[in-house]
Design a binder for this molecule. Structure first.
Ligand code: FES
Length: 100
């Protein structure tokens, strides 16, 4: 596998014991992973990798997504927001509305 240029982390709310109990998982953040993979494939973005994470400590803003190496954090993410985030990756201009 080629080293990805962009790594998208989706909060999966995992805790130390490995259980997905937090706010993001309750808001179905794990479904976003499949959506991102599908969208990235449709867009031929072969330089994007998506992973789930443990709690990112911004639960009130969930589902939370982080894009590196840009270091952009997004809250309240849904499929429409994923489209904007991927648009930003494609264009080189990150989607607006990032968490501070
Ligand atoms: S559960 Fe996602 S930020 Fe805490």
């Amino acid at each position: 596998m080629q080293k990805p240029k962009h790594h998208i982390f989706v909060c999966g709310s995992f805790r130390v014991a490995g259980e997905a109990k937090g706010a993001c998982a309750r808001k179905d953040s794990t479904a976003l992973i499949q959506y991102i993979e599908s969208e990235a494939s449709d867009r031929d973005l072969d330089n994007v990798l998506v992973s789930s994470t443990g709690c990112l400590n911004l639960c009130d803003h969930g589902p939370v997504v982080v894009v590196y190496p840009e270091g952009n954090w997004y809250g309240g993410v849904d499929e429409a927001r994923i489209d904007e985030i991927l648009d930003g990756i494609e264009s080189g201009t990150p989607a607006s509305g990032q968490l501070a």
